[in-house]
Design a binder for this molecule. Structure first.
Ligand code: AMP
Ligand code: MG
Length: 498
């Protein structure tokens, strides 16, 4: 285990693709940096001793104030569709990569988000504020421990430097870590500019490092698309099953590895509503909870279009037509793959023991309707359902429901169905508690941590980090984090401002 960031053996990674893919540059330094929080779990996964926090040089490196000579920082270029409209060139406007390291056979790219402007910053200042950095840090680590694929976060460093958003805030840098930060938008960029050779180079790079089993395929690019589609379908099913809304599902925020990427105005739903919109800026509800799977499909169609030139044998109309015909059947499978994952995950949440069938499907659908009509707290409901299984007269859930007759009818059918498995209820509820988190990053918890951290006290941010590492365990010291949210939480608004 290494005790200094600077001791990690950085390789060029994405930078090796050349200047059409990224720009070499130095981060902009941050005045008076200090640690806010770190993830000891991630540190150990990348071969770093958790005590790296004691090293002044590590603080300077992760604040962008010092770059060891073996690190060659860069920002990458990508394009994308934002809110359904082609936005043209975007790129890492405030994320600066240090390249990649390898540990125990895994490659990790390490990136500073908020480390200053880049050639892709457009009108932005290249900075991130403490508020959004805490949200990104806590949620990436929470998602990972929920078992949901995501980019990770190693640390936040902060500075008194003022940053102007709606109000005056302060700057911070999140150290993000992932096998790769390549987005659908990277492929769209080269396709839209007619740079087919570079598009192919990018595909080969992704296959080489992240889908190496496809190297021997006869149709590696088609297979690549198929695997991205499968991973994406699974990811969005996992989001739906925990009530997570991303908020800005633009194609430049879609990971080619099927990771949750770019935490902005995201939110775990408290009160369940199919039409829930977590991003205050999304007035049309394009990225509402219920729309997420179809938006994934829409984004995958954009990726498919971008990949057509490399899937086709040549540039002729016939070859393009043939490529379209190859990709169409894959796209048409998306909905079924998604549904299968979703039903399986929901069945597990409800403690069903056998494969998904008609009866379990009906129970899932009826329950979703009840939760939606009554705006029941989603996480609380599933976690406390086990209590009602053991004691059907327990009012813990009924008290949250207005239409109690519907719930009673559903509960009657549900309990009967559970009985058909001939398993002790204690065994079923034990399994349920392993998939229904007790602790999630509720909006008000994140907000409380932010408010305190903004005053210089990071204890709540750190406590949440520790708690969310074990989302399925009973943790009496964190009981308050599992309570229903206070009323003011309903009026919290998050926007793209970050
Ligand atoms: P996002 O909505 O955070 O995914 O960002 C969309 C695009 O805007 C990306 O190209 C970002 O790099 C860029 N961007 C967002 N905020 C800033 C900022 N403060 N400075 C520079 N670029 C930014
Ligand atoms: Mg983004």
């Amino acid at each position: 285990m290494l005790s200094k960031i600077g001791a990690l053996a950085f390789e060029k990674g994405f930078l090796e693709l050349g200047s059409e893919f990224s720009t070499e540059l130095q981060p902009t330094s941050l005045t008076e940096p200090s640690w806010v929080v770190t993830s000891p779990q991630l540190a150990s996964e990348i071969g770093l001793d958790a005590r790296f926090i004691e090293d002044q040089e590590s603080l300077d490196i992760l604040s962008g104030n010092q770059v060891p000579t073996h690190i060659r920082p860069f920002a990458s270029v990508y394009s994308g569709h934002q809110f359904g409209v082609w936005a043209g060139q975007l790129g890492d406007g405030r994320a600066i990569s240090f390249g990649q390291i390898a540990h125990q056979g895994n490659a990790w790219e390490i990136q500073l988000k908020g480390a200053g402007s880049t050639p892709y910053s457009r009108m932005g200042d290249g900075r991130a504020v403490l508020r959004s950095s805490i949200r990104e840090f806590l949620c990436s680590e929470a998602m990972h421990h929920l078992g949901i694929p995501t980019t990770r976060a190693l640390a936040i460093t902060s500075s008194p430097t003022p940053i102007l958003r709606e109000t005056l805030e302060t700057a911070a840098v999140v150290t993000r870590v992932a096998p790769s930060f390549i987005r659908f938008g990277h492929f769209e960029h080269f396709a839209a500019n007619g740079l087919h050779e570079q598009l192919q180079t990018l595909c080969n790079y992704v296959i080489q490092y992240h889908y190496p089993h496809l190297k021997k395929s006869d149709q590696p690019y088609l297979e690549l698309f198929k695997e991205v589609l499968e991973r994406s379908a699974r990811l969005v099913a996992q989001w739906q099953s925990v009530g997570f809304c991303h908020g800005v599902l633009n194609t430049d925020n879609m990971s080619i590895l099927g990771l949750t990427l770019d935490y902005g105005p995201f939110g775990f739903m408290d009160k369940f509503s199919l039409n829930h919109i977590c991003n205050h800026t999304d007035s049309q509800g394009r990225y509402s909870y219920a729309n997420q799977p179809s938006i994934f499909y829409w984004n995958l169609v954009r990726l498919a279009q971008a990949l057509l030139p490399v899937i086709a044998d040549d540039d002729s109309d016939e070859a393009m037509e043939a490529a379209i015909e190859k990709i169409k059947p894959l796209l048409s499978q998306f909905s079924e793959i998604y549904q299968q994952h979703y039903r399986k995950l929901m069945s597990q949440k409800l403690g069903f023991q056998k494969g998904v069938g008609q009866e379990s499907n009906e129970l899932i659908q009826e329950l979703i309707k009840i939760l939606d009509n009554n705006h029941v707290d989603y996480t609380y409901f599933f976690r406390n359902l086990t209590k009602v299984i053991h004691q059907p007269s327990d009012p813990i859930l009924k008290d949250l429901i207005i239409d109690r007759d519907s719930f009673d009818q559903w509960l009657y059918k549900y309990l009967n169905f559970l009985n058909t498995f001939n398993l002790p209820l204690s065994e079923i509820t034990l399994q349920m508690n392993q998939v229904n988190p007790k602790y999630i990053l509720r909006q008000h918890l994140a907000q409380n941590a932010i408010t305190l951290s903004q005053s210089g006290d990071h204890s709540l941010t750190k406590a949440l980090q520790r708690c969310l590492v074990h989302p399925f365990d009973e943790q009496p010291e964190f009981e308050d984090f599992a309570k229903l949210p206070p009323e003011w939480a309903e009026h919290l608004e998050v926007s793209c401002s970050s």
